[in-house]
Design a protein around this ligand. Sequence first.
Ligand SMILES: [Mg+2]
Length: 253
Amino acid sequence: MAYPGTVLFDLDGTLVPVDMDFFYKAYVKEVSTCFASIVPPDAFREALLESTYEMISDLNPAVTNHEAFARAFSRRVGRPWQEVWPVFQNFYQNDFGRLRRLVPENPHARTVVTKVLESGWEIVLATNAIFPEVAIRERMRWVSIDDLPWKYITTLDNMHYCKPHLQYYEEILSILKLDPSTCVMVGNDVEEDMIAQKLGMRTFLVEDFLIERGGSGLKPDGKGKLPDLLPFLTQLAENDSSDESANVAPGSA
Ligand SMILES: [Mg+2]
């Protein structure tokens, strides 16, 4: 029996109710201010964006996302990482929390994740691993899910790959020794999140902040608003147990 197994949740646009383009612009504006004495804001913005793409494209299994970003960003701004990383750290610790004003409450996040746990599933936070843990924990607090028993939270430092690469999902499966046929990936981005089905995971698309660039051919197994995940999981588990009883030979019970 495969279910209940593990539910992997995306964060932004799935549990945190935010349009990422809008949030990212505000984030870049805030963080560029912190760098003003080192890098002019326009040059900073360009270096941040291009270094992020470079990190996402780096598929070297020996290089963490942090290392890939550090190398790209230092090269672009012409400053050693030991000089710029403390500025990022200071921003995440002291200023990042101000962005909360842009994010409305989402009472469904805690309710749904708690019910998933109560139904016997384990939970993983599969947010794109482009932020340090401090910034991920902060966003988790905005929707009151930071204290829940997450099996793993993917971060800039503990991952070697980013979405939408399959290697990102393979790395989670490998770290947690999970069978993909016991996993359900829940996210709002067709290309970045639903791609997990290529490894044999089930997928559920949360449509409130849907991102779909088109042409991927990826069809989620279920979709709807976040609370619609609950009946979807119940159905999966029920179908699974009826498959199981169908396999029992007559008279063997
Ligand atoms: Mg998302």
